[in-house]
Design a binder for this molecule. Structure first.
Ligand code: GSH
Length: 219
């Protein structure tokens, strides 16, 4: 079998650019046949404190720039987006739940991550009932309850800490952070942000279809 490239994406759904980055990566991977993609939940606050960084919205000018920037990203990519009335929210239980789903319902993991409850529908997924209602149509009501119970297990909590530390170890200071490894080589590079896909494509030698890319058949 031909060697495959790999992209690991560290994301936290509290971050609007993570929401965009994951959706774009899931679109591009349909085009990049020889690239394996791994979506790894992290706790962004842990990355901020571990790298001694500050969330950008704590600087007023960055916060208002981000709001305009995200509107234009949404218009260009067609990814639905509307700034939620509650921000930031505590996403630790959401990210733990995604770890459980990745472990126990891997085939439904991407679909759960792709939900736009928070970043397009203003649903506060930090609230357990809202979170479970969002995922029940994908996982079923009893399974989603069962998985949520598992978020308090020690190994699930530890996995989120481990993912966050792994991201810090490779130099992450924010989200989304991508670790991109060339096919058949140990050469890898870190990219920060949902706006780095063109550079990732150059690094991997794969086509860059542009921000408006949605569907391979429409290229
Ligand atoms: N230009 C990047 C911005 C990404 C970004 O600002 N991410 C935030 C979280 S939503 C962050 O972690 N920022 C850290 C920093 O800017 O140092 C993009 O388009 O994705």
């Amino acid at each position: 079998m031909a060697p495959r490239a790999k992209i690991v994406c560290y994301f936290d759904i509290v971050s609007p650019y993570s929401y965009i980055g994951v959706k774009l990566l899931n679109r591009y991977k349909t085009l990049w046949n020889n690239v394996d993609v791994e979506l790894e939940p992290v706790f962004l606050a842990g990355i901020m404190s571990g790298s001694k960084n500050q969330p950008p919205a704590t600087v007023a000018a960055k916060g208002s720039y981000m709001a305009q920037d995200l509107d234009l990203v949404s218009a260009t990519t067609g990814i639905p987006y509307s700034f939620p009335s509650q921000f930031p929210i505590m996403t630790v239980s959401v990210m733990r739940l995604l770890i459980v789903i990745k472990k126990h319902a891997a085939d439904k993991y991407d679909q759960c991550i792709e939900k736009d409850e928070y970043w397009a529908r203003d649903h506060d997924i930090a609230q357990k009932d809202i979170l479970l209602a969002a995922l029940a149509p994908i996982l079923g009501t009893s399974k989603v309850e069962e998985y949520f119970q598992m978020t308090s297990e020690k190994d699930i909590k530890q996995q989120l800490i481990d993912n966050t530390n792994k991201a810090l170890d490779v130099g992450a200071f924010g989200a989304p952070t991508f670790i991109v490894q060339k096919a058949g080589s140990d050469e890898e590079k870190m990219f920060f942000g949902s706006d780095r896909f063109e550079l990732m494509s150059t690094f991997l030698g794969v086509p860059y279809p542009g921000l408006a890319f949605k569907n391979k058949s429409k290229l």
